[in-house]
Design a protein around this ligand. Sequence first.
Ligand code: 13P
Ligand code: SF4
Length: 310
Amino acid sequence: MDKIDIVREINRIRKEKNAVILAHYYQEPEIQDIADYVGDSLGLSQRAAETTADMIVFAGVHFMGETAKILNPDKIVLIPDLEAGCSLASSCPPDLFKEFIDAHPDHVVVTYINCSAEVKAMSDIVCTSSNAVKVIESIPKEKPIIFAPDKNLGKYIIKQTGREMLLWDGACVVHEAFSIDKLLTLYKDHPNATIIAHPESEEHILKTASYIGSTAGMINYVKDHPNREIIVATEVGILHEMQKQVPEATLIPAPVLEDNTCACSQCGYMKMNTLEKLYLCMKNDTPKIEISEAIRQKAIIPVNRMLSLS
Ligand code: 13P
Ligand code: SF4
């Protein structure tokens, strides 16, 4: 089947099955273009919470589909490729995390949304990169905090809030791939450029940035700031929507340590989803996200706490 037929079929099935397609900014451009909504993790969770569709097709990674299923136990939630995981989620196995929180029973447990449903079920409140500071500031000052699984986001929040937090030792492979030496060289060649970065990046990268925020935050920043040359330190898929918003700007992906074909950072998990897999999952109603009801009932509490704060 060629691309035009796949697009036509996706549109037909979406109508027939009353499906909504939610896509993250790191998805392939053709997937973003066919989605009903493209957003960051918070925006996508909010859309998943309020949809009236019968079927949610989540063009993103597994933990995103799980969050949609936590919020919608009676809806079918599909993702194009069940193997589309996340290095942050897999850095935090539930059994080890349980040992960690059991060793610190007086701590409030805050987890970044990039973790499994089992880990969410052990949490007091969930956050995303766009509301992490707000979530931490909502916790009484005298309460000690565990933050997992992203140590880079954790360090950034500590700096922003002045709160001490016990950090889980996890990281995003995509955001740890940036090379500070190459970034500084690039900046020398583009001295008028503005550097913007996602807080999953390491501290030395964040120090160079004029703006730090979630994917949606980065897009909004670029829309609101007149600089026409921007170095973007996050997954390269974001450039598709960013360029649509600021067609006249020159967007330069931040360079990575290891040379690769795009000289940029790509999330291999996000890129496991293709337009064809999106079509096939909608046609065959599979792969479905399934979560045990016992886990779901625990996990929805910290997810709802986050949504009501946002
Ligand atoms: P946001 O889109 O919420 O900024 O998250 C980025 C990310 O890495 C998602 O996996
Ligand atoms: Fe996970 Fe990083 Fe990929 Fe986001 S970009 S899905 S945090 S590995």
